[in-house]
Design a protein around this ligand. Sequence first.
Ligand code: ADP
Length: 303
Amino acid sequence: FAINMDQLQLDEELGKGNYGTVKKVLHKPTNVAMAMKEIRLELEDSKLNAIIMELDVLHRAVAPEIVEFYGAFFIESCVYYCMEYMDAGSLDKLQAAGVPEDVLARIAACMVRGLKFLKDDLNIIHRDVKPTNVLVNKKGQVKLCDFGVSGELDKSLAKTNIGCQSYMAPERIRGESQNNLGTYTVSSDVWSLGLSMIEMGMGKYPYPPETYSNVFAQLTAIVHGDPPELPEAEYSETARDFVARCLKKEPSARATYKELLEHPFLIKDQTSDVDMVAWVEKAVAFKQAAAIIAAQATLPESV
Ligand code: ADP
């Protein structure tokens, strides 16, 4: 069935991305809570129709590690994209609570299975793997969202926010990985997976803070510096090796998804009894406490 705005009751804002806002909505006919992303575009209607058609492939992206797509529609040059509501939000906001090795392994296993499913079953390369695009729910499930299915949509997004924190592989920064068809290879996503894992392990973006505000310095560090590593004090040799296999600067040297699934780090996860529900609960509580402290800090002193 097709979703339209009249069927939706708008609730609170869940977050703001580079290209638009995400709101919680209730789909009244089915009583299903959804997340609705608004993407503002300046385009003629024919392009909008092409985008909606391209997004249709998402109806086939059904897997335990992929955020479910419910439908998209547009109103006045905005695309509205409705997806499964993930009630613990994105990993970038949960990692501050600390990510122990068994939790990191489960997250990695979900990400690798999700990425492999997209590639093998739908021939989709994610292109934007980062902690913001990994969503979690209170059942302890970990799912990917925001993968590149629509070339038209991609072309229409104003890529203003290219800097900040880049998860791009060195070859993408150098501009090598795009062949003349404009496609890039799956191994660029493997790099971004490795970098995301280090960010979760360290609780912060792994390249030095002085590069945050200087795009050129950051991209130079990614292309010319040594790849970052998981901290030795907190993670086993197995975990560190897994990540190192993702973060080879030479794309052909990186592990494939099949190799990653066969790595001892993920083999061990298959029999691990990690309590993801408890971890998510703790991480959400930590996030809420941090938000209260931040709100208090901005109050005027007289209050
Ligand atoms: P970005 O453009 O940085 O990838 P998004 O626009 O995709 O960010 O999302 C912004 C924020 O909205 C995310 O960080 C996340 O916290 C929240 N969010 C996005 N999708 C969902 C969802 N399906 N369920 C719950 N929260 C979501």
